[in-house]
Design a binder for this molecule. Structure first.
Ligand SMILES: O=C(O)C1=C[C@@H](OP(=O)(O)O)[C@@H](O)[C@H](O)C1
Ligand SMILES: C=C(OP(=O)(O)O)C(=O)O
Length: 404
């Protein structure tokens, strides 16, 4: 049955987003590393995100068929984990997961000594993993411009390889903070690695169990920045977020400073209030691709022209996010124009309609990025349940602000 959520137009926002989840990126790394360290560590503040709940259930599953649904990190990290730990599995997912590339990771794992076959289309899930025959090489060249998740996946299994692993990253490196996040979490569990320029070196080492607490999700927090940017008045509090964070998406503070949001710590909560905004925004999303939709919608609604780079990887995420943004922004009189393969111009709306219905393309970030428009107009959102991937209580948090 198709569902739709109607948001109540509300332009004064005061309250706390108490159900903001923990970071799914941090959490899924901690779960893989914990499994490699013998599953003895206590992980606190676990995320209720579906991607994390899937990882929690699947990483120690004895089942042969592993269905990761639409969780990219779960797919990529488990492919490396099951391969190198010599587990025979079939890894599958949603129809969209079957369109998201994995060939670069599969080639790397094959050259290390893993046996992996494609069940349907070459280069894409589902995969059949048939064990690990022993390490064949200690150096791999790997492209850095498709998904950093391939690199993180290999890094996490690298210390248990008898010869360790050197990754030579080729081409542009995207999502670099996620690679740094991987190195930091490995370090927390006693494994050092060296990541400089385009090389990652991991010597053979043992992970040491250690208690770990997951911080809140900055990508999820970005929607609250968007609400603050678009509201007439805002005083929004967010729990368990740290300005110094492992998450590259904490850069939302700097982006939103330009789009009219002031962020500061108050009694261990992050407080968002309003300030003046700029007339145009220049931003490179190479290292924070998950913020692209949030920022595009805010610029479109606030009449701020955007000059964007680094959006290439949006085409291979939960949906083609460039196409989805183009379709949906047109409903409010905006657009995202592809100038060339590396540059986009965000054309803002000159006047917003009174109401609009937004499609979500099975993408949690489409639903959450368009919700903040409810500060300015009547908003309906298709299939609101998509938010379960990263922020299952998003709509419940909106209730606290009178938006639902
Ligand atoms: O490693 C991670 O946790 C992630 C890396 C990014 O993907 P890419 O490396 O594919 O850009 C990001 O978009 C995704 O949501 C989470
Ligand atoms: C791209 C995302 O996730 P993943 O690649 O892990 O599916 C996301 O959460 O925006």
């Amino acid at each position: 049955m198709d569902t739709t959520i109607h948001l109540k137009r509300t332009n004064v926002l005061k309250g706390t987003a108490t159900l903001l989840p923990a970071s799914k990126s941090i959490n899924n790394r901690a779960l893989i590393i914990n499994a490699l360290a013998g599953s003895k560590s206590e992980i606190q503040n676990m995320s209720d995100a579906n991607d994390v709940q899937l990882m929690l259930r699947l990483v120690n599953s004895k089942d042969e068929t592993i269905d990761v649904e639409d969780a990219g990190t779960t797919m990529r990290f488990l492919t490396a984990y099951f391969s190198i730990t010599n587990q025979h599995k079939v890894l599958t997912g949603t129809s969209r997961m079957k369109e998201r590339p994995i060939g670069i990771l599969v080639n790397a794992l094959r050259s290390l000594g893993a046996t992996i076959d494609y069940i349907e289309k070459d280069g894409y899930p589902p995969l059949k993993l048939s064990g690990f025959a022993g390490q064949k090489t200690d150096t791999i060249k790997i492209r850095g411009d498709v998904s950093s998740q391939f690199i993180s996946a290999l890094m996490m299994v690298a210390p248990i390889l008898p010869k360790g692993l050197t990754l030579e990253l080729e081409g542009k490196i995207g999502s670099r903070p996620y690679i740094e996040m991987t190195a930091s979490i490995m370090k927390h569990f006693g494994v050092s690695s060296d990541f400089k320029d385009n090389k990652v070196i991991v010597a053979p080492q043992k992970y040491i169990p250690a208690p770990f607490t997951v911080e809140s999700d900055w990508s999820g927090a970005s929607y609250w920045f968007a609400f603050a940017a678009l509201a007439e008045k805002a005083e929004i509090y967010l729990p368990k977020l740290y300005l110094e964070s492992l998450q590259g998406d904490s850069v939302i503070v700097k982006i939103m400073e330009q789009l009219g949001v002031q962020a500061s710590m108050e009694n261990s909560l992050l407080k968002l209030t309003k300030k003046e905004s700029v007339k145009e925004l220049h931003w490179d999303f190479t290292h924070c691709p998950d913020l692209g939709q949030t920022v595009a919608v805010v610029c479109a609604a606030k009449g701020i022209k955007g000059y964007f780079t680094g959006l290439e990887s949006l085409r291979i995420k939960e949906t083609d996010r460039i196409a989805a943004l183009q379709n949906e922004l047109q409903k409010i009189g905006g657009n995202l124009v592809e100038v060339d393969a590396a540059h986009w111009t965000l054309i803002p709306s000159s006047s917003l309609p009174d109401k609009a219905f937004f499609n979500t393309y099975k993408d949690h970030r489409m639903a959450m990025a368009f919700a903040p428009l409810a500060t300015l107009m009547n908003v309906e959102i298709e299939k609101p349940e998509v938010v379960r991937k990263s922020y299952p209580n998003f709509w419940n948090d909106l209730k606290e602000f009178g938006l639902v």
